[in-house]
Design a protein around this ligand. Structure first.
Ligand code: CP
Ligand code: NVA
Length: 324
């Protein structure tokens, strides 16, 4: 099947087919190999990228900025402390203006509706670099990292049929994007979280037919024993950006869900890997011995943000296409 993503935005993986996601993962692998070989390209020469940030970022900003700049593109960082975005100018008008000046726009902020409006009114590809609801570029790097660590007998290099357990705040942006991408790619995903933080019921309903089509199970459990047999244990901060007032409540609810070595051992496997989107609060959602230990792939995962983000931009800006 032919895959062409030129001109597309990435707002949520709900909008992408399995073939399209698979294409991006394969392209990310090629981009990483080029990087390792020291191959230099200028595939964004003459292009410009607006990077809008309402919330802080280390990895996402640096991944977009370095991936775009090293290929000859010109990234422009726009903090919302400096630009008009919904304050003195409507989001629609800002989008229209940016669309006249930039080849593409990245947005990190609060509302999913804002990134949707930017895509609707700018006329250029828009990338969701995290909203309260979703974190799609993160989930692609997570799948790439999972696939890099699958080496068992008879494997095809795909994560299909593997099990990822997300342990922590089950209703946050990272958990939501993981559920969608796992449902699409055939990865079993168990969200292990207290009932108060269960994933959004409407999102679970959207994932159910996707999981049926790919042969995966997307399940929710309050019991940490559900990590048994998992290929990967994933966690994220207990208090996401913008929810700082909920910190005490989250510590109370999520302390039994801390990923420590005792929880890792409950997989019953020594080859289970640990994943974390970062930044991490060591001593809260994960202990230092786990994230800094031999089962952790969090640092590969951070590096893979750059390769996957470059693949997304190459496919949507450069007109890269392929046959699956
Ligand atoms: N994982 C992630 O999005 O990191 P940043 O918040 O540093 O961008
Ligand atoms: N859930 C976290 C992810 C940070 C990358 C947050 O939104 O703050």
């Amino acid at each position: 099947m032919s895959v062409t993503l030129k001109g597309r935005s990435l707002l949520t993986w709900l909008d992408y087919s399995v073939e399209e996601i698979r294409f991006l993962l394969d392209l990310a692998r090629k981009v990483k190999a080029e990087n390792a070989a020291g191959t230099v390209h200028q595939r964004f020469s003459g292009k410009t990228l607006a990077l809008i940030f309402e919330k802080r970022s280390t990895r996402t900003r640096c991944a977009f900025e370095t991936a775009f700049g090293e290929e000859g593109g010109h990234p422009v960082f726009l903090s919302t402390a400096d630009i008009q975005l919904g304050a003195k100018e409507s989001i629609e008008d800002t989008a229209r203006v940016l669309g006249r000046m930039f080849s593409a726009i990245q947005y990190r902020g609060f509302k999913q509706e804002t990134v949707e409006a930017l895509a609707k009114y700018s006329g250029v590809p828009v990338y969701n670099g995290l909203t309260d609801q979703f974190h799609p570029t993160q989930a692609l790097a997570d799948m790439m990292t999972l696939e890099e660590n699958i080496v068992s007998v008879g494997d095809t290099g795909s994560a299909n049929g593997r099990t990822l357990c997300y342990v922590g705040d089950g209703r946050n942006n990272v958990a939501s994007s993981l559920m969608i991408i796992c449902a699409k790619l055939g990865v079993h995903c168990t969200v292990i979280t207290p009932p108060e933080l269960n994933p959004d019921a409407a999102l679970l309903e959207k994932c159910a037919p996707l999981a049926r089509a790919s042969g995966s199970n997307i399940t929710v459990s309050a019991d940490i024993a559900a990590v048994a047999g998992a290929d990967a244990i994933y966690t994220d901060v207990w208090t996401s950006m913008g929810e700082e007032d909920k910190k005490a409540e989250r510590v109370r609810l999520l302390s039994p869900y801390q990923v420590n070595q005792a929880l890792m051992n409950k997989t019953g496997r020594t080859d289970s890997i640990f994943l974390h989107c970062l930044p991490a609060v060591k001593g809260e959602e994960v202990t230092a011995d786990v994230i800094d230990g031999p089962q952790s792939r969090a640092w590969d995962q951070a590096e893979n943000r750059k390769h996957t983000i470059k693949a997304i931009m190459l496919a949507t800006l450069g007109g890269f296409h392929g046959n699956n």
